[in-house]
Ligand binder design. Structure first.
Ligand SMILES: Cc1cc2nc3c(=O)[nH]c(=O)nc-3n(C[C@H](O)[C@H](O)[C@H](O)COP(=O)(O)OP(=O)(O)OC[C@H]3O[C@@H](n4cnc5c(N)ncnc54)[C@H](O)[C@@H]3O)c2cc1C
Ligand SMILES: *[C@@H]1O[C@H](CO)[C@@H](O)[C@H](O)[C@H]1NC(C)=O
Ligand SMILES: *[C@@H]1O[C@H](CO)[C@@H](O)[C@H](O)[C@H]1NC(C)=O
Ligand SMILES: *[C@@H]1O[C@H](CO)[C@@H](O)[C@H](O)[C@H]1NC(C)=O
Ligand SMILES: *[C@@H]1O[C@H](CO)[C@@H](O)[C@H](O)[C@H]1NC(C)=O
Ligand SMILES: *[C@@H]1O[C@H](CO)[C@@H](O)[C@H](O)[C@H]1NC(C)=O
Ligand SMILES: *[C@@H]1O[C@H](CO)[C@@H](O)[C@H](O)[C@H]1NC(C)=O
Ligand SMILES: *[C@@H]1O[C@H](CO)[C@@H](O)[C@H](O)[C@H]1NC(C)=O
Ligand SMILES: *[C@@H]1O[C@H](CO)[C@@H](O)[C@H](O)[C@H]1NC(C)=O
Ligand SMILES: *[C@@H]1O[C@H](CO)[C@@H](O)[C@H](O)[C@H]1NC(C)=O
Ligand SMILES: *[C@@H]1O[C@H](CO)[C@@H](O)[C@H](O)[C@H]1NC(C)=O
Length: 643
């Protein structure tokens, strides 16, 4: 037997042995009150990888799985052109090494099988019935959430395994990571982080896979899948090191917005979340700032975070709060996902239950109502955004361009702490104008006693995984409303785009800095009064060529968002919400992060000097590129290298 073979067999034996005996020491319980917060750790957070465990491993294992104890970056990975390793490379871990990982992680390692593999023969899993079910459910977010690596935007995956019955076709991994760790303890996260860092491997974090830009995808990566971390704890009287004393909730990384709302409802409080029930809470949502229908009272969701538990790039579990790692605390609230660490839980302030008034209706062209006339009605709506936001309200609307007409849908106007009378008084000038213009409508206006039923009846269920739409957005500052000339210019741009056949949607909302906090939330959100969404359509997206995809991408970047950028420039606190943005946004640093970018970049270098975390358009990502060839947009289907 050649020595190399011998080593291999010995390794295999050790792996078998490890499954039985060595796996356990990694799981070390630490005392539950070991953090600075006024809440015990969740059980899953008490199972940690410790120095003692690492010391008990072989030298080889220590190299693979040990912590990063070097205080500063050695410069080792800073060469231009330096790439993260990729499957097929000589440095790519052997089967034996992956097995060793799996053993230490108690069997939590999952080699990726693409969600739609049953639609193709090449994985040996072809099953027409299963394929049909996946195909039918593809727009159901929970299908993707239950899968270790799926993301809801197949274009950024590279469209290499679409859910169509193609037995003779080929399904490949594309941007899907090579392996995922099905995390159920902090130790799992630490093992994955240490392994990726020590082996110069690409790392991704996936919670629900909602991310619009492909940030929870990455070819040749190891993925930390947080979906199963589901704990929620209500705290009646939380004493924060920020000075806050009152009701709070501690929320684990895998909990969704709906689960937070349900818990808040149960304890008769209001928690800040978005309008999409299936979005993750403590992951991408909080990291990006998190906009919410309650913004008129309490700002951004991230403004309400008192503390976070997080595993940092060196593999260590730390608390980020006002007095514990305050700079990390600052960055994790608004500085973007997958950048500074893996958040395992957040502690948020919750607020008193308030009544909510909502109002939904549709107005459209037809009869005497021309498109131009309808836009006169929309003009009055836009003109009232200052009084609307002063009255703590929010609205969500769509303006659909149809064959020959237009339809404006209010879905809904959302007025916390209002009565039907106060709501009617607030919107009276707008509704009067609509009547004066001869625009017919019947608003369905309802009073709810609290947030959850109002939320539930108006937003209900999500559908996702559009293959044909490329969305983007712009945050329009209040300054455009205060200066009549700016308003006129901006309004002309929007009206003109709509009249020429483009659909758009959006919100009136003004989080301002209503909680008076200092965090990384983009300066654009402190000034925003309207958030608008636009999109480009990819015709025949399934088989669209790179040139066709490029054309759609350019249309989004330049035809749709270009004019918006011009009338809401960063220099006047315009910007774009990083969580729902166009991945090809030019000058994304200023656009997504506003004036916070320089400090965020400094903190990125401090907390992740070896670039363990990468995601497209994340802070510091300009130092890297994904070599995906010419795909017509930025997918994650390629090797990650330094530029
Ligand atoms: C239909 C729909 C409606 C939406 N509505 C709203 C809304 O009303 N308000 C709003 O603000 N946003 C909204 N969003 C956007 C949403 O906030 C983002 O898509 C968000 O990034 C989703 O986070 P996730 O953790 O669920 O998703 P993922 O795709 O799993 O992750 C998103 C990003 O966060 C990173 N990440 C995930 N978990 C962690 C973690 N534990 N630690 C560190 N990084 C992590 C990922 O690596 C990735 O970069 C909506 C999105 C959709 C698709
Ligand atoms: C730990 O925290 C819990 C809840 O906050 C508290 O009841 C308990 O007294 C604490 N234990 C110690 C040893 O501090
Ligand atoms: C598809 O959806 C149906 C109904 O919601 C559900 O019963 C089924 O389990 C789903 N299938 C998959 C593969 O998720
Ligand atoms: C797949 O290929 C086989 C022969 O290789 C052929 O008989 C069959 O019709 C093909 N199926 C489809 C759906 O194209
Ligand atoms: C992930 O782990 C959980 C336990 O935390 C288990 O219930 C679940 O089945 C696992 N999922 C997969 C896909 O392995
Ligand atoms: C945060 O902590 C500092 C001390 O580090 C303290 O001075 C300050 O009052 C605390 N609260 C807030 C809201 O900053
Ligand atoms: C349309 O306008 C005409 C003339 O101004 C008027 O007579 C008619 O009643 C209007 N129709 C509707 C549906 O308002
Ligand atoms: C609701 O409005 C009333 C007065 O209209 C005010 O006193 C109260 O503070 C408001 N509630 C909240 C939660 O702000
Ligand atoms: C949402 O889906 C659930 C089933 O998952 C269904 O019972 C409910 O009626 C749906 N709600 C809406 C508003 O469509
Ligand atoms: C209006 O739209 C047309 C067609 O899209 C475009 O050519 C023109 O420049 C636009 N004008 C303004 C003022 O935006
Ligand atoms: C894309 O190509 C496949 C394989 O050639 C074909 O079966 C399918 O119908 C095409 N899809 C569209 C939308 O044209």
């Amino acid at each position: 037997m050649a020595p190399i073979d011998f080593l291999f067999h010995l390794g295999a034996l050790l792996v078998l042995f490890a499954r039985v005996v060595i796996a356990d020491p990694a799981l070390t319980i630490v005392p539950v009150n070991s953090t600075v917060t006024d809440a015990p750790l969740f059980d899953f957070e008490t199972t940690q990888l410790t120095d003692d465990v690492i010391a008990s491993l072989s030298t080889r294992d220590q190299k693979l799985f040990g912590f990063d104890n070097s205080a500063v970056n050695s410069g080792l990975f800073r060469r231009s052109g330096e790439c993260k390793i990729f499957p097929g490379d000589e440095e790519w871990p052997s089967k034996e090494t992956w097995d060793r990982f799996d053993a230490l992680a108690d069997g939590a390692l999952i080699p990726t099988i693409p969600l739609a593999a049953p639609c193709y023969k090449n994985w040996g899993l072809y099953d027409a019935r299963k394929c049909a079910e996946i195909s039918k459910n593809f727009t159901n977010p929970y299908l993707h959430e239950a899968d270790p690596t799926s993301n809801m935007w197949p274009i950024f995956q590279g469209r290499t395994c679409l859910p169509y019955d193609r037995p003779n076709g080929t399904c490949t991994l594309g941007s899907f990571p090579s392996y995922a760790v099905n995390v159920s303890t902090v130790a799992h996260i630490q093992l994955a982080l240490n392994f990726a860092r020590n082996n110069n491997m690409r790392l991704v974090i996936k919670n629900t896979g909602h991310d619009y830009l492909g940030k929870s995808l990455g070819a040749g990566a190891l993925s930390i899948w947080t979906h199963n971390l589901k704990d929620i704890q209500f705290i009646e009287n939380y004493k924060s090191d920020s000075g806050y004393e009152g009701k709070a909730m501690k929320i684990a990384a895998g909990v969704t917005v709906r689960e937070v709302y349900q818990a808040a409802h149960k304890y008769e409080v209001t928690a800040l979340g978005g309008i999409c029930e299936s979005v993750g809470y403590a992951g991408g949502y909080i990291a990006g700032g998190g906009h919410t229908p309650m913004s008129g009272y309490y700002g951004m969701a991230a403004d309400n975070v008192e503390a976070l538990e997080v595993v940092t790039a060196d593999g260590r579990f730390v608390t980020a709060s006002n007095t514990s790692n305050p700079d990390l605390y600052w960055a994790l609230r608004g500085g973007g996902g997958s950048t500074f660490g893996v958040v395992t839980s957040v502690i948020i302030r919750v607020h008193p239950k308030v009544p909510i008034v909502t109002s939904s209706f549709t107005i459209g062209t037809g009869g005497n109502v021309t498109k131009e006339l309808l836009w006169e009605g929309i003009r009055k709506y836009f003109e009232m955004f200052i009084p609307f936001t002063d009255a703590h309200t929010y609205s969500y609307f769509w303006i659909w361009a149809q064959n020959d007409g237009l339809q404006f849908q209010m879905v809904p106007f959302f007025a916390p702490n209002h009565t039907i009378d106060s709501f009617n008084a607030l919107v009276k000038p707008w509704f009067d104008r609509l009547h004066e213009l001869g625009i017919q409508f019947t608003p369905k206006t309802t009073l709810y006693d609290s947030f959850y039923p109002a939320y539930n009846e108006n937003w209900g269920n999500d559908t996702v995984a559009g293959l044909t739409a490329l969305p983007g957005n712009r945050l329009f500052p209040r300054g455009n409303w205060e200066d009549p000339e700016k308003f006129k210019k901006m309004f002309a741009v929007l009206r003109n785009q709509s009249l020429s056949g483009k659909s758009m949607g959006g919100y009136h909302q003004a989080p301002r800095n209503r909680m008076n906090v200092d965090n990384a939330v983009s300066s654009a959100f402190r000034h925003v009064i309207s958030f608008l969404i636009g999109a480009a359509i990819v015709e025949g997206a399934e088989n669209a060529t790179a040139a066709e995809l490029q054309k759609a991408t350019d249309s989004l970047t330049y035809d749709v968002l270009g004019p918006w950028r011009e009338v809401a420039p960063e220099s006047e606190f315009g910007g774009s919400y990083l969580n729902e943005a166009n991945v090809m946004e030019p000058r994304w640093q200023e656009s997504f992060y506003g004036t916070q970018y320089p400090r965020l970049l400094e903190l990125k270098k401090k907390w992740d000097p070896k670039s363990v975390f990468y995601a497209t358009t994340a802070v510091g990502s300009e130092e890297w590129e994904v070599r995906d060839g010419d795909q017509g947009t930025q997918t994650q289907n390629g090797r990650l290298c330094r530029v």
